[in-house]
Design a protein around this ligand. Sequence first.
Ligand SMILES: [Zn+2]
Length: 56
Amino acid sequence: MAQVSKNSRVGSSTHKFLCPCGGEIKMKTVFANGKKKNYAECEKCKRQERKPSDFK
Ligand SMILES: [Zn+2]
Protein backbone atom coordinates (compact mmCIF):
# COMPACT_ATOMS: atom_id res chain seq x y z
CA MET A 1 0.00 0.00 0.00
CA ALA A 2 1.57 3.23 -1.11
CA GLN A 3 0.35 6.40 0.42
CA VAL A 4 0.91 9.67 -1.37
CA SER A 5 1.16 12.72 0.79
CA LYS A 6 -0.90 15.64 -0.38
CA ASN A 7 0.76 18.02 2.02
CA SER A 8 4.10 18.24 0.29
CA ARG A 9 4.09 21.97 -0.29
CA VAL A 10 7.37 22.73 1.42
CA GLY A 11 10.12 25.01 0.27
CA SER A 12 8.14 27.97 -1.03
CA SER A 13 9.56 30.52 1.37
CA THR A 14 11.18 32.68 -1.29
CA HIS A 15 8.20 34.90 -1.76
CA LYS A 16 8.93 38.34 -3.12
CA PHE A 17 6.98 41.38 -2.07
CA LEU A 18 6.91 44.67 -3.87
CA CYS A 19 6.10 48.09 -2.51
CA PRO A 20 3.55 50.27 -4.35
CA CYS A 21 6.52 52.49 -5.31
CA GLY A 22 8.08 49.59 -7.21
CA GLY A 23 10.86 48.91 -4.72
CA GLU A 24 11.61 45.53 -3.31
CA ILE A 25 10.57 44.80 0.27
CA LYS A 26 13.18 43.20 2.47
CA MET A 27 12.68 41.63 5.85
CA LYS A 28 14.83 43.11 8.59
CA THR A 29 15.54 41.99 12.11
CA VAL A 30 16.38 44.26 15.01
CA PHE A 31 16.96 43.67 18.68
CA ALA A 32 14.99 46.00 20.91
CA ASN A 33 14.80 45.62 24.72
CA GLY A 34 16.37 42.19 24.43
CA LYS A 35 13.66 41.08 22.05
CA LYS A 36 13.99 40.06 18.46
CA LYS A 37 11.77 42.08 16.22
CA ASN A 38 11.04 41.61 12.56
CA TYR A 39 9.88 44.29 10.22
CA ALA A 40 9.68 44.87 6.53
CA GLU A 41 11.34 47.76 4.77
CA CYS A 42 11.15 48.97 1.21
CA GLU A 43 14.56 49.28 -0.39
CA LYS A 44 13.52 52.25 -2.45
CA CYS A 45 11.34 54.61 -0.40
CA LYS A 46 12.45 53.24 3.01
CA ARG A 47 8.88 52.78 4.11
CA GLN A 48 8.56 50.45 7.06
CA GLU A 49 5.72 48.15 7.95
CA ARG A 50 5.34 45.29 10.37
CA LYS A 51 4.64 42.74 7.65
CA PRO A 52 5.36 42.69 3.90
CA SER A 53 1.65 42.21 3.31
CA ASP A 54 0.97 45.62 4.89
CA PHE A 55 2.38 47.34 1.83
CA LYS A 56 -0.71 48.19 -0.14
ZN1 LIG B 1 8.57 51.77 -1.53
